[in-house]
Design a protein around this ligand. Structure first.
Ligand code: DQA
Length: 145
């Protein structure tokens, strides 16, 4: 079975009680279990990871090289600032998708630029928790094209 890593960046551990008008009412645990169900449907093993620490996220991206068949990442606020995460994404030669709960292009000016998306195959944003499930559909298509 192909293994997909889903990385979640800073503050996403607070989902459910963090600006729920923007990010929805689902906790990260609920999103995780929805992703695992989708994974079973698509015959993909889903491994979920969250960190508030840039270095830990980079170390985890490096693991994709040898341990995973694809990567889905919501870099959260690092999306708009982290050249270090972009460089680590560029170093990984596997299917990669960036996702966001909110539509970053309809929000504040400083969220309209995604630096990290320059290192992935595609970007899905604006569908709340469903962005994750659409990400799984998209990575499945990239793997089995
Ligand atoms: C986010 C969008 C980012 O701008 C923000 O910093 C987040 C969440 C999203 O999923 O909509 O933390 O990545």
């Amino acid at each position: 079975m192909k293994k997909i890593l889903i990385i979640n960046g800073p503050n996403l551990n607070l989902l459910g009680n963090r600006e729920d008008d923007i990010y929805g009412k689902d906790s990260l645990d609920k999103i995780k279990s929805n992703c695992e169900k989708k994974g079973i449907e698509k015959k993909l093993e889903i491994i979920f990871f969250q960190s508030n620490n840039e270095g830990e996220i980079i170390d985890k991206i490096h693991e994709v090289k040898d341990k995973f068949d694809g990567l889905i990442i919501n870099p959260a606020a690092f999306t708009h600032s982290s050249i270090a995460i972009l460089d680590s994404l560029r170093a990984i030669n596997k299917p990669k998708i960036e996702i966001h709960l909110s539509n970053i292009y309809s929000r504040e000016e400083y969220r309209k630029k995604s630096i990290t998306s320059e290192g992935v195959h595609g970007l899905i944003c604006g569908f709340g928790g469903n962005s994750y499930l659409l990400g799984i559909e998209a990575i499945h298509k990239l793997i089995y094209k």
